[in-house]
Design a protein. Structure first.
Length: 202
């Protein structure tokens, strides 16, 4: 990611919307011990005081086209719903299911144009699949946050439009032999930059 370019774009974008002009952002870098190239790291924020957490339920959509899920990684929160939309160009059916601890479900067979829906009620993560097509696979991660960024590999990140307050910054790591070291930051009247998040071996 070209961070200076992204910051310039973000500033221009915020100026286009007066309501967001005073929004803060958090930016920095994720560093992995041993320089291991871990994939799909999720940088996210949770309020330091969990009693201040008030997330309204949200509806997320995942398209099914070309025998693929798009997106194939989705971050949600407890209470949210996920809709699976069969948007294939041809008459192709999909059967979406998961055997994960986050949510064990089988939505049945959905023809082209169908919408299958599932609700999530807790934190955690798991995979979902199509029983008709072996190569169709996706991941769902349920976190207590709306502030996150998915990184394809370790490196720079930026979280825009973060309200002032005390936050815990974390990194969700899929690799079972690595963990992140959370840090606490305070956003006041300005943005917070150059945060270094470390991912280390367990």
């Amino acid at each position: 990611m070209n961070l200076p370019f992204f910051k310039s774009f973000l500033f221009t974008f915020l100026l286009s919307f007066p309501a967001l002009a005073n929004a803060h952002h958090l930016s920095g870098k994720v560093v992995v011990e041993g320089e291991k190239n871990l994939k799909n790291l999720i940088v996210y924020l949770e309020p330091a005081d969990s009693s201040k957490l008030k997330l309204q339920p949200k509806l997320h959509k995942i398209m099914q086209k070309g025998r693929q899920f798009n997106p194939n990684i989705i971050v949600v929160s407890p209470g949210d719903k996920i809709q699976f939309l069969n948007d294939e160009d041809r008459e192709i059916d999909h059967n979406i299911y998961s055997l994960s601890r986050l949510k064990n479900f089988d939505l049945g067979l959905g023809e082209r144009g169908s919408i299958l829906e599932v609700s999530l009620d807790k934190k955690g993560y798991g995979n979902f699949y199509c029983s008709v097509h072996k190569l169709m696979e996706g991941r769902m991660i349920s976190l207590d946050t709306r502030h996150f960024a998915i990184l394809e590999k370790p490196g720079n990140f930026i979280l825009p439009n973060v309200p002032p307050g005390e936050w815990i910054v974390k990194v969700f790591v899929f690799h079972k032999r690595y963990k992140s070291i959370p840090i606490k930051i305070t956003l006041g009247n300005s943005s917070h930059e150059n945060v270094e998040l470390k991912v280390v071996k367990k």
